[in-house]
Design a protein around this ligand. Sequence first.
Ligand code: 3PG
Length: 216
Amino acid sequence: MSGPTSVFALLSGIRALPVVAIDSVEDAVPLADALAEGGMPAIEVTLRTAAAAAAIAKLLKERPKLLIGAGTVVTCAQMKTCAALGVKFAISPGLTPALLEIAHELKMPYLPGTATASDVMVGVQHGFSEFKFFPAEAAGGAAMLKSWAGPFPDIRFCPTGGINAQNARTYMALPNVVMVGSSSTMPAASLKARDWADIARRTRAFTDGLDNIVSC
Ligand code: 3PG
C-alpha cells in the first residue's frame, strides 16, 4: 500500500496558504487573482459557506493553473464531493480514522488537522506524516510545535489559526513547519468592499515578510 500523496510536495515552494471563505461565487476569481498577485497561488477554499462548492468549481475551470484545495472537510461525504469536484488537495481542522481512510482510498492529497500528540499518533498509524496544526495560536503556538519536534522528528506541519504577518516568521523558522495558513490578508471589510487591490497588497506584505527565514 503506497502512502498518502504529499500535500507539501504538491505545494512545493509555497510558504503561505490563504484560508478563504467565499460568500458569493462571483468573488471567487477576483479574490483568487488578488491572492495570486500577492504571492499566494495555492488556496484553501473552506466548505463553510453555501457558495463554496460552486466557487471551487469555478476556480478549477477558470484558473486551472492555481492550486485550488478544499478546507474544513469534516465528513466523508464532503471528501467525496471534493474528489468529484477535482480539488487538488483537501484539509480538515481535525481528523477521524474514517476521513484518513477515505482520503487514502480516493488518493486525495490530504492534510488532516491536529491539536494533540494523540491525533498526530492516529494520523501516523494511518501513514500520514503531514498535518495542519489547528488552531495554532490557541493550541500552544510555536512552543507546541517545538515540543513536538522531539517525539515526532519526521512529522511536518502547516500551522493555521491566529497566524498573521507578524507571527508567521516565528513559525516558519521552525524546522518542522513547511508552510503556514492564514486568512489575515483578507479582512472582512476588504472582502465586503471587494477591495481586491487591498487584499493583493496585504498578501504581498505577508509573503515578502517570509523571505530570508533562518531555521532555528
Ligand atoms: C482555519 O480554518 O484554518 C482558520 O479559521 C484560519 O485561521 P485564521 O482565520 O485565524 O487565519
